[in-house]
Design a protein around this ligand. Structure first.
Ligand code: ACO
Length: 427
């Protein structure tokens, strides 16, 4: 009978070793190399883990060749167009979409947990005003662990649920506070009568006392289309399997640290420009390019092997066809064009870059397509969100993914402390 797994031959000793496959329900199977070092005395070498699966997971599935993304089996296109962010959060945590009653209950639970301890407010005063909201946010989330120390040890489902609800509910408040502190303007407390996404826009925009600016026609200031657009952005960012920041969250989880410090570490990892920080850099870059006439020169810089310049918002480790989240955002951008005040110059520059990159051999042969960050910045700008808040918005959306992955890690009996090895080449 043919063997099912893989056989590795060590040509030094002439010995062969068998490694079993690890079955998957979709996408590539794995090979169980856990005994490889014991068998051969060698380490597998895989910088950046391009060929390494660190866990089994049933949360999110990506097919990078087909440009497919599913949360708990549901395609992202369906979630982004037919469901809300809170329904998506429930789906990620519980494994199925909620009933209307469950959704209402979940929504209320989050509203009630959106406030932060008054003691935590004081933390913000310790920061210089020019501090980037990402640094304040990562510190505030780490500090949250001292207010909910009980989450260090959790044994029941209810304890996991409470820990997850708290962090999801408080993240928009902490993010909005981080922003308002950076501007030197008073904090706005959550308004329990507003939905999750509307409440975040309210905490960003309201005047002291919770008053909203009124436009000349006396119109209310948070338009439903703006709430819908931001809600979709949160949904598209909710999880993305074992990306860099999630891997950091799981690594910290493996040491037995508090879940909120693991999420704080995830926030720090997300900040980098190769990851979530790219959304801020895309707009910086579009502004630096300045006009459509300058696009060709920047494309030439991006292609120059001697120039470290990279086109921000292009390329992805996993998507080698297109990023399905980018497609959804592009069509959202087209809808918003009609309804919101979009920066036409930025959109023209972005459209020209996209046009060149999708036909130029450098980008085509390397399978570099626009990623989610290429479009999110233009939309967030139209919603009046300042650039420094683009990555914190990514954080708000991704918190549900991090916390769900943290819980999955904790319940996985096969997991151990994350402790890779090295190939020593020093003296
Ligand atoms: N502009 C120009 N060239 C690029 C770009 C880019 N944005 N991205 C990759 N390349 C080139 C590299 O120079 C390399 O070329 P070479 O083979 O001639 O040396 C080739 O494409 C492969 O690049 P790698 O860095 O090996 O690809 P990797 O999968 O490791 O990196 C990454 C993926 C980090 C996203 C990269 O494409 C990048 O830096 N993009 C810009 C930043 C960005 O948009 N990040 C957001 C990602 S999405 C997210 O995190 C939510």
């Amino acid at each position: 009978m043919a063997k099912k797994g893989f056989t590795v031959t060590d040509h030094r000793s002439g010995k062969s070793y068998d490694y079993p496959t690890v079955e998957s329900s979709r996408g590539p199977k794995g090979v169980d190399f856990r005994s490889f070092y014991k068998d051969t005395g060698c380490f597998s070498y895989d910088p950046g883990f391009t060929s390494t699966a660190s866990c089994k997971s049933s949360i999110t599935f990506i097919d990078g060749e087909k440009g497919e993304l599913r949360y708990r089996g549901t395609p992202i296109e369906k979630l982004a167009t037919e469901h809300s962010y809170l329904e998506t959060c429930f789906l990620l945590r519980v494994g199925r979409l909620p009933s209307e009653e469950e959704l209402n209950h979940y929504d209320l639970e989050l509203r009630h947990r959106s406030f932060i301890h008054e003691g935590l407010r004081n933390l913000f005063d310790a920061f210089p005003q020019e501090a980037h909201p990402m640094s304040t946010l990562s510190s505030a989330v780490a500090a949250l662990s001292s207010f909910y120390y009980e989450h260090l040890e959790m044994n029941t489902e209810e304890e996991y649920r409470e820990m997850a609800r708290r962090i999801v509910a408080k993240m928009p408040t902490l993010a909005a506070f981080a922003y308002r502190y950076s501007k030197g303007i008073p904090f706005i407390y959550p308004d329990i009568e507003r939905s999750f996404t509307e409440n975040f826009l309210y905490m960003m925009r309201a005047y002291p006392g919770g008053k909203m600016h009124i436009d000349p026609e006396g119109e209310r200031l948070i338009k439903p289309i703006e709430v819908k657009a931001l809600d979709t952005i949160f949904t598209l960012h909710a999880d993305h399997e074992q990306n860099a920041s999630t891997t950091v969250v799981r690594s910290v989880a493996s040491t037995g640290a508090h879940p909120y410090v693991a999420i704080s570490a995830g926030i720090s990892a997300l900040w980098g420009r190769a990851h979530g920080g790219a959304n801020e850099s895309v707009i910086e870059q579009l502004k630096m390019i300045g006009s459509v006439e300058n696009v060709d020169a920047f494309i030439a810089k991006a292609k120059d092997p001697d120039d470290p310049f990279r086109l921000m918002g292009f390329g992805h480790r996993v998507y080698k066809n297109f990023d399905p989240r980018a497609k959804i955002l592009k069509s959202l951008q087209d809808q918003l064009k009609e309804e919101l005040d979009m920066d036409n110059n930025l959109m023209r520059i972005a459209a020209r870059i996209e046009e060149i990159a999708l036909s130029d051999d450098y980008f085509v042969s390397r399978k570099l397509y626009p990623n989610i960050d290429f479009y999110s910045g233009v939309i967030l700008t139209a919603l009046g969100i300042p650039r420094s808040m683009f990555t914190p918005i990514f954080v708000i959306g991704r918190t549900i993914g991090w916390v769900t992955q943290w819980i999955e890690f904790k319940k996985d009996a096969e997991q151990k402390i994350v402790r890779p090895r090295q190939i020593y080449v020093g003296p």
